[in-house]
Ligand binder design. Sequence first.
Ligand SMILES: NC(=O)c1ccc[n+]([C@@H]2O[C@H](COP(=O)([O-])OP(=O)(O)OC[C@H]3O[C@@H](n4cnc5c(N)ncnc54)[C@H](OP(=O)(O)O)[C@@H]3O)[C@@H](O)[C@H]2O)c1
Length: 336
Amino acid sequence: MPQSNRQICLASHPVGVPSEENFQLVEREVPDPQEGELLIKSHYLSVDPYLRGVIGGRSAYLGSIAEGDVIPGGAVGTVVASRSPGFAPGDVVSGYWGWQEYALSDGQRLTPFDTSLAPMSTALGILGMPGLTAYFGFLEIGQPERGEQVFVSAAAGAVGSLVCQIGKIMGCRVAGSAGSEAKIAYLTEHLGIDAAFDYTDTDNYGDALHSVCPGGIDVYFDNVGGPLTDAVFPQLNDRARVVVCGQIDQYNDVERSRGPRLLWHLIVHQARAEGFLVQQFADRFAEGRDQLVHWLQDGKITYRESVAFGIENTPKAFIGLFSGENIGKQLVKVVE
Ligand SMILES: NC(=O)c1ccc[n+]([C@@H]2O[C@H](COP(=O)([O-])OP(=O)(O)OC[C@H]3O[C@@H](n4cnc5c(N)ncnc54)[C@H](OP(=O)(O)O)[C@@H]3O)[C@@H](O)[C@H]2O)c1
C-alpha cells in the first residue's frame, strides 16, 4: 500500500481569475478502508468551470468549500482495496472524491464504468457529466428540429463540441464560436459543422454571427453569456429556444455586470430562454449514456481530450479553462 496521498486543497478563495496561489499541494497518509468502505486510486481528475463557483464561495446550488478543503472535482479511477460488498479491487468507478490521488468511499455516489465500452477517461467527458449536459440540455431544452439553425458558443469545449455533433445528427445546420484558429479548424474540418468564427478575432459579434448564421438562429446553446450572448438575441428567429447552459464569461467577475436589456427580442420572436442543471435529468442518465455509447461505437460522434500530467498541474489546467487552453475535455492524468 502506498504511503502518501497527494491532494490539491484550497489555500485561499480566489477573487477574479484564480491563480495557482489559491491552491496548495498537501501530502497526507493514505487512509485504510474500514468495514463497509473502499479505497480508490485516481487515474484522471476532472477540471470543470463550475468549480469556480465552489472555490469562490459563491455557488448557491453546488455548495462552497473552506480553506484547507480538498477541491471536490470529478475523478475516475480503480478500486485498490475494498471492505464493501459491492466493490472489488480492479473495479473502475467515477465520482466526486476530489483532486487527490487516493480516496476513501462508503460506496455511495460512485458510478461504475465499463472500460470495454470506451477508455476510462471518457467517464469524465463524453460519457460523463459534460456529455450528459450536452445530450439533455440540447435535446430536452433546445428541442432541435431537422433543418433548424443551431448556434453554439464555446463550441470547441467538452460540452460544446458534443452539442455541435448532436446537432448534425439531428439534421440541423450547426454553427459555433470559439477562441482560436485551431479550434475553428477543429470544428469545421474535424467535426464537420457548417460554419464557425473566432470570437477573439472580431470586434463585431453581430456581423460575425450573421456571417455564420445568415438565416438567423433557431436554437442557441449558450455556454458563455456576456457580450456574445447579447449579440445573439437580436438574431433569434421566431419560436427560437435559448438553452442557458453556462455563463463562463462572468464566472470571474468581481462585480455583477449589467448587459443590454434584450428580453424584448423574446417577446417579438415568441422565443424561450431556459436554464437547466444536468442533475435535473439524473433519473435518465443511464438512457443518455446508452445513446452516447451507441453513437460513439457507430462513429457518429467523436471526442478530443486535452490532458495535463501530474496532480501538481491540476490548478494550472483548471485556470487554463478561463483562457481557453483546452480543446475538448480538459483532464489531468495522475498515474503513469
Ligand atoms: N448547466 C449545467 O448543468 C452545466 C454542466 C456542465 C457545464 N456547464 C457549463 O457549460 C459550459 C462549458 O463547460 P465545459 O465543461 O464544456 O467547459 P469547456 O467548454 O471545455 O471549457 C471552457 C471553455 O470556455 C471558453 N471560455 C472561457 N472564458 C470565456 C469567455 N470569457 N468568453 C467566451 N468563452 C470563454 C474557452 O474556450 P474558447 O477558447 O472558445 O474561449 C474554454 O475552453 C461552462 O459554462 C459550464 O459552466 C453547465
